[in-house]
Design a protein around this ligand. Sequence first.
Ligand code: THU
Length: 130
Amino acid sequence: MSHELFEAAREAMARAYAPYSKFPVGAAIRADDGSVYVGANIENISFPQGWCAEPTAIGAMIMGGGSRIEEIAVIAEKLPLCTPCGGCRQKIAEFASADTRIYLCDDQGVQKTVTMAELLPYAFETDVIG
Ligand code: THU
């Protein structure tokens, strides 16, 4: 199952638009609806306007009808076991649980599995906002 997500993330990475960093990243989510949603990083000449692979995949999930991340694979062409950046950790956490598995990959497959709680301890959470 995780290998299928790895392959989906790798295929998504091939669609990265990363002419500035030349650092393609891919992400693949298996959502609660059973579907796999993918994304790649999409950069912009106004550098802060670009975004990561993970929010592309999250957007695809939401628009496709999924609502929870059951598991997610991330891959970067130039960095084995690339972990989601800080902002992406919080974005993933919004739709994940403490035990949601995050698969860190190299070009061969999943090499390390971490949970959401391991990836983002002390995530921002509060009952004050809705
Ligand atoms: N990047 C991602 O897509 N996901 C991450 O979690 C880390 C960084 C992208 C953003 C930018 O396009 C490139 O990698 C270099 O930072």
